[in-house]
Design a protein around this ligand. Structure first.
Ligand code: ADP
Ligand code: TZD
Length: 578
């Protein structure tokens, strides 16, 4: 059956399909990411007929990742639709990842008959999806009656974007779609959510407490996290940094809130400023593993879990984030815009900038490290290594600061993060809090769809494999995405040996000299084989100019990577070697 279904009920009646679409449209949802099948095939067709954009994927995880990053890009829920049980489970990783990263997302899944599921009688794709989703997302709801669609969608939207954003599961049993109700009553039951993410104003005494700490600091530091990027308080944050004169460090997805070449960026002196700072202001960044839990050597502590002696001020919308790893001396609970605005007002014009010795010491380290990096980037080894390839990408992003950058892998991630400067907020989209592989093509599709801007995806060859089939999706929608696969023949590198001496290759090794560029050629995209920086540059420039989906197979020295990139120490075997 390929024709779009027509509603057979009288014009005065409507059905679950249409009420759901109306509820989404009423709340500004314009795009649905998903994968069709029973019971949502007709929903995808009708959505398209009703003027929603439906982006169909080859695997639900990629559709889910697209929805999740659409949520980050727009600060409004990205929506993914999947079929029951297996499709739902495929989408669930993305929902859990969205929740972990505080991205607002709604996963709508069709499900099978409640009566049969609850008695475990073996329905088509039977699964108690609501129960399974619940512990993995911020909220989960089921809608049983068409009259409740308005409330269900409103609750899902509020749960996704208010407070700390996250993933929401909405369970839609197949029977719901075909339920009919009076059209006028149906419309009247829909809810347009008013002020879905209300501002949360910080308490004045919290602001004063924080400023007292900052005022007395000799070596203050600001740490910007992806919450700061998400909050869209760019101008206020820029003003806070420049007006206070405090050096700052951006976390990976906070790069670009201020341009990475800003005079106050301490990014190139990270390992110096973290243990040295005496007062640290965290803005939308958690003291999780990415910041060594605020403890240990990274922070100047004497042992692996020792506190370094610094004071922490933390701005976060979630009160329970405070003290999660170390004591927070001055918690500021509220939305970042309101909190930073309040800090700025209370700081006033006569704010004393940090002592010159602190700034000079940082600049000294920074300039030395930048000089060293410039030297490394200028080298032109054969074959290419991460640095010589990324030097090209660094220049291309500098010349195209509006381009969106997607990034995953281990070495391909770590080196890109530190070498490629970002100049504008919310341009860098990556593996986030979990360091998850597989976000690449889903993020790239959504970045192109949601922004209309060119997208550059820098992918380790292993990382790319998780979502590589979506190059067909790139071609199908003719998206201006340039995928660069850093091909070093394996996970981390391509030179591992099988310890048994047997004929199987080592678990981290792939087929040598794989021709990834041919994958996209199969679907009409542009494939490029690049062995040198100039071939890579030409391929990327052509891609940006033509706006055609392009995959560049960038051949990287297979010995160049390190095990687990920068997090080798987290491998359990590292403890045995000590
Ligand atoms: P990073 O990985 O960049 O350090 P995290 O994901 O660990 O960032 O932290 C983001 C933090 O930002 C979360 O604790 C989240 O509660 C917070 N957050 C998200 N949006 C806002 C907002 N609008 N206002 C305040 N805090 C926010
Ligand atoms: N599976 C998932 C979903 N996420 C993960 N992070 C991993 C497995 C483990 N893993 C990493 O942490 S990085 C990585 C894997 C498999 C791939 C690294 O290889 P690469 O990049 O080719 O993508 P480099 O440049 O060769 O290091």
């Amino acid at each position: 059956m390929s024709n779009p279904p027509t509603t057979s009920q009288p014009a005065t009646m409507t059905d679950g399909f249409h009420l759901l679409l109306d509820a989404l449209k009423l709340n500004g949802i314009k795009t649905l990411y998903g994968l069709p099948g029973i019971p949502i095939t007709d929903l995808t067709r009708m959505a398209q007929a009703e003027g929603l954009r439906v982006i169909s994927f080859r695997h639900e995880q990629n559709a889910g990742n697209a929805a999740a990053i659409a949520g980050f890009i727009n600060a409004a829920p990205g929506v993914c639709m999947t079929v029951s049980a297996p499709g739902f489970l495929n989408g669930l990783t993305a929902l859990a990842n969205a929740t972990t990263n505080c991205f607002p997302m709604i996963l709508l899944s069709g499900s099978s008959e409640r009566e049969i599921v609850d008695l475990q009688q073996g329905d088509y794709e039977e699964m108690d999806q609501l129960a399974i989703a619940k512990p993995l997302c911020k909220a989960a709801f089921r809608i049983l009656h068409a009259e409740d669609i308005g409330v269900g969608v409103a609750r899902a939207i509020r749960a996704a974007v208010s407070g700390r954003p996250g993933g929401v599961y909405l369970d839609l049993p197949a029977k719901l779609f075909a339920q009919t109700v009076d059209a006028a009553a149906g419309q009247a039951s829909l809810i347009k959510v008013i002020d879905p993410a209300p501002r949360q104003i910080p308490a004045p005494d919290a602001i004063e407490r924080a400023l007292n700490l900052l005022r007395n600091a000799k070596k203050p530091l600001i740490l910007l996290g992806k919450g700061a990027a998400y909050a869209r308080a760019d101008e206020l944050i820029q003003k806070l940094v420049t007006q206070s004169g405090i050096p700052y460090l951006p976390m990976s997805m906070a790069k670009g809130i201020l341009p990475d070449n800003h005079a106050q960026s301490a990014a190139a002196a990270r390992s110096f400023v973290l243990p040295e700072a005496d007062v640290v202001l965290l803005i939308g960044a958690r003291l999780n593993w990415l910041l060594s839990h605020g403890k240990g050597k990274t922070w100047g502590g004497q042992g692996p879990k020792a506190w370094g002696g610094q004071k922490f001020i933390q701005i976060d919308i979630s009160p329970t984030e405070m003290d999660s790893n170390v004591r927070i001396d001055a918690p500021i609970v509220g939305d970042i815009g309101s909190c930073v605005g309040a800090l700025l007002t209370a700081m006033g014009q006569d704010w004393q900038k940090p002592p010159a010795e602190w700034i000079t010491a940082i600049n000294l380290r920074r300039d030395k490290n930048i000089a060293k990096m410039t030297e490394t980037l200028a080298k032109d080894p054969q074959p290419m290594n991460y640095h010589s390839a990324l030097n090209v990408i660094r220049e291309i992003i500098k010349a195209n600061p509006d381009a969106m950058l997607v990034n995953e892998g281990a070495n391909a991630l770590d080196f890109t993060r530190s070498i490629v400067d970002m100049y504008k907020p919310r341009k860098r989209l990556d593996v986030g809090t979990w360091g998850i592989m597989g976000i690449g093509m889903g993020f790239a599709v959504a970045a192109a769809i949601e922004t209309g801007l060119p997208v550059i995806a820098i992918e380790g060859d292993s990382a790319f494999g998780f979502s590589g089939m979506e190059v067909e999706t790139l071609c199908r929608y003719n998206l201006p995405v340039c995928v660069v696969v850093f091909n070093n023949n394996g996970v981390y590198k391509g030179t591992d040996k099988n310890l048994s001496g047997g004929t199987d290759v080592a678990p981290t090794v792939f087929v040598k000299d794989a021709r990834y560029e041919k994958m996209i050629e199969a679907f009409g995209g542009i494939g490029v084989y690049a062995r040198t920086p100039s071939e890579l540059r030409r391929g990327m420039e052509d891609a940006l100019k033509s706006k055609k989906p392009t995959l560049i197979n960038a051949i990287i020295d297979e010995t160049a990577g390190t095990e687990s990139g920068r997090i080798t120490s987290l491998n359990p075997a590292a403890a045995l070697k000590k």
